[in-house]
Design a protein around this ligand. Structure first.
Ligand code: 2NL
Length: 360
């Protein structure tokens, strides 16, 4: 009987003293395991007289239940303490500064395309797109470029394998085929017939076999086209003067319109902006020099006709310029070829923040 109370207090003490789950399990084994003290008491039951066995058996069972309850309680306490310790150790300090991460930047070409879209957008132009791979009709014939024109020669244009029907295919040498496709669009023709006017800009990639300090085989162009019944050369001039002054952010930028020739316009004019070269450094604005920046003209009647419109009814103007070139001029980028080297250091220097849309 004394045995019972000693075993009881020893077992409960061991449970209470267990500092971790391992020690607690050892306490359980010591009392309730195969060779445990309480299990030992159970084994003695068989040696007792029936009445004693009943009474003693009940007390041993009660002790067993008591120890099991103590084990459970201690286990609960130890696990929640372990969890608390784990939470405390793994605490995240949300007030710590974030790790510095490199921000991406916009390529100057994309930046300038966005600027073009904004300036011409205010004048009612929308952005039109088309394929880089064109058939020779949309790239040349539709635009009144004669069969013997140097632009058509293999040395100047990237020819691709012909289509199954034999149509010669090229990498577009200008974005004009997009304007041709737009004029040929039945919805556009209906809009024009209803008295509307067509105003588009077409920025995009263009390709010519040329590779030196000032030419890359892939480059970017923006062309513009206005078609309606009344648009004349005065509108062309006003539009391009406004554009150049807005783009270069110089309100009194001088412009000069020089007669020129393009197969797809008649008459044609090239546009120069005023500049000066002081100490070998180019400055755009009033000065004693001129810098050519774009070509333009009234759309040739043959082009209007080729694109499914009656040149007796419709007329308009068109213009084209190199995006890479105007980007270099506006942002003082010296080397054309660096544009397409995919050099991240160059991009970080000349790139633009996506959110500000302005030079860093
Ligand atoms: C330049 C000159 C120019 C055009 C492009 C054009 C397009 C159609 C009809 C008529 Cl569909 N013209 N485009 C007109 C004049 C000049 O580009 O120096 N580009 C870099």
């Amino acid at each position: 009987m004394e045995d019972l109370s000693t075993i009881r207090s020893e077992a409960l003490q061991a449970v209470e003293a267990a500092a971790d789950l391992g020690a607690l399990d050892a306490a359980r084994v010591a009392a309730l395991g195969k060779k445990g003290t309480v299990t030992g008491l159970m084994k003695t039951l068989g040696t007792l007289a029936p009445e004693q066995r009943k009474e003693f058996g009940a007390r041993v069972n009660q002790l067993k239940g008591e120890i099991e309850a103590a084990l459970d309680a201690r286990k609960g306490a130890l696990s929640s303490a372990a969890l608390e310790a784990k939470l405390a150790a793994e605490k995240v300090d949300v007030t710590l500064p974030v790790r510095p991460e490199r921000q991406g930047s916009l390529h100057p070409i994309g930046q300038v395309m966005d600027e073009l879209a904004a300036i011409f957008g205010e004048m009612g132009f929308t952005w039109a797109d088309g394929p880089d791979i064109e058939d020779d009709w949309h790239n040349f014939s539709a635009l009144n470029i004669p069969p013997d024109h140097p632009a058509r020669q293999m040395q100047d244009t990237f020819y691709l394998p012909p289509r199954a029907d034999g149509t010669p295919m090229v990498l577009r040498t200008h974005t004009s085929p997009v304007q041709a496709r737009t004029m040929l669009d039945k919805n556009v023709q209906k809009m024009l017939a209803d008295g509307g006017s067509l105003r588009i800009i077409v920025p995009g990639r263009t390709f010519r076999i040329d590779n030196d300090a000032t030419h890359t085989p892939m480059f970017h162009q923006v062309e513009g086209l206005v078609i309606d019944r009344t648009t004349h050369m005065g509108h062309l001039k006003g539009c391009l003067v406004d554009f150049c002054r807005a783009f270069f952010e110089i309100d009194d930028l001088p412009l000069r319109f020089r007669p020129s020739y393009f197969p797809f316009t008649e008459p044609s004019a090239e546009v120069d902006i005023g500049c000066s070269w002081k100490g070998g450094e180019l400055k755009i604005g009033a000065g004693d020099s001129w810098l050519e920046i774009l070509g333009s003209g009234m759309v040739h009647p043959n082009v209007i006709r080729n694109c499914g419109l009656d040149p007796e009814i419709y007329q308009g103007f068109a213009f084209g310029m190199g995006i890479d070139r105007i980007a270099m001029l506006k942002y003082g980028i010296p080397d054309l070829r660096a544009f397409f080297d995919a050099d991240l250091r160059w991009l970080r220097h000349y790139g633009f923040s996506a959110l500000e849309g302005a030079a860093r």
